[in-house]
Design a protein around this ligand. Sequence first.
Ligand code: ZN
Ligand code: FE
Length: 255
Amino acid sequence: MTSAIVHIFPCLKDNYGFLLHDPSTGETAAIDTPEAGKILAEADAKGWKITQIWNTHWHPDHAGGNAEIVAKTGAKVVGPKEVDRIGAAPDRIVSEGDTVEMGALKATIIETPGHTLGHIVFHLADQKIAFVGDTLFALGCGRLFEGTPGQMWDSLGKLRALPDDTVVYCAHEYTASNAAFALSVDAQNADLVAYADDVRAKRAQNLATVPTTIGKEKRANPFLRADDQKLQAFVGHAGDAVATFAEVRERKNNF
Ligand code: ZN
Ligand code: FE
């Protein structure tokens, strides 16, 4: 089995760009297109040719670079239909359970409505990799611009069900502020305290906190723990995961 290479690099203010490379065929996908020039330059520096773009959602810091990269490389765009809100419709529109192939690599589509209604995640099960866009962040989750708390809680539940050793590529470096917030609702969680210490040390050296793993997030991320009894009690919604999730999300908005 081929082993995928993921090249991660900062884009814009706090986004990450990702290039997914299949060394067995040389094919490369840009996961979202926050900054076309930077992504093209990073691919060039690696000697990789971008053959596909995989979009997680329509926001400009995720699909805004599509047109320029397509013009320069002829890459085919795979994504949810909503990408047509800011430009051309994807060459291939995908939905729940679809398989996307690039070289010898294969991803399954997981629909995760909440941040936007069409948001999708690319899960490469045999590589133990997930590109989660703005659905799940290290110690956080995306804002609910279009969906409801119930929808987002269900979406995060699908990600939480992935194997613990799944490597999670989140699209933003928000972890330091997410950690500070998480401690405000779940301070007694020893896994969170240790995780937050590690984040502080990494950010002090300007190191990335992405990728993370499903296992780490399950233990420490309050947005994956809305069914935890202590967290529910702390925010005043014992026995109600959706209300707890909604309350935690609302508190984060105002943190
Ligand atoms: Zn977004
Ligand atoms: Fe974003």
